[in-house]
Design a protein around this ligand. Structure first.
Ligand code: FES
Length: 92
């Protein structure tokens, strides 16, 4: 099955920062801590060239990258739930 660990990178470029990226990171970090999620890491990253559609998030699993736009704190919480459910299904 391979490594299920995923890295969620939140853009901290100027446009995303103006659009609540900081709160998106806080929400993600709180969710990971409160839900005891072990297979997702949150990182910050520089501008992803998607400024008009930020906050931008890039989900990495191995070599695969998926970009998500307009990621509010609520949206990242939903995304983390989806990733976690997907990882749980793969482990069964
Ligand atoms: S500042 Fe986030 S994509 Fe450019």
């Amino acid at each position: 099955m391979g490594d299920q660990k995923r890295i969620v990178k939140v853009c901290e470029g100027p446009a995303c920062t103006k659009n609540m990226a900081r709160y998106t990171v806080e929400r993600a970090s709180n969710d990971i801590r409160n839900k005891k999620i072990k297979d997702i890491d949150i990182q910050r990253c520089p501008c992803q060239g998607n400024c008009e559609s930020g906050p931008t998030i890039v989900v990495m699993q191995g070599e695969k990258e998926t970009r998500h736009s307009h990621m509010t704190p609520l949206e990242i919480s939903r995304l983390l739930d989806t990733i976690q459910n997907d990882n749980s299904r793969r482990k069964k």
